[in-house]
Design a protein around this ligand. Sequence first.
Ligand SMILES: [Zn+2]
Ligand SMILES: [Zn+2]
Length: 103
Amino acid sequence: MPPSFADARCFQHAERPAVARCPACERFYCRECVTEHGGRMICRNCLKDHLDAATSTGPSWRRAAGAWALAGLGWCWMVLIFYWLGQILIRIPSSFHNGVFLE
Ligand SMILES: [Zn+2]
Ligand SMILES: [Zn+2]
């Protein structure tokens, strides 16, 4: 019979009831052994691994790529907006000249 969550014990403290299961290593942990990270409960060992991976081995090129992607997206928006403004500016003056603002 697999251990149910109700009678699960902390992986590091056998006497304490588990309150959460780490999604990374799939072990049960007590309140003291888990910590919240990114909206989910994760054990300290996995959090440490996670942070180590994010900081030390975290590829800088990936962050740079993200920045470039963002810049590219921003550039596309700029072009789109300027194009859109251009279209409006092309159309508006004639109606303005013939209309209310300039008589
Ligand atoms: Zn874990
Ligand atoms: Zn514990």
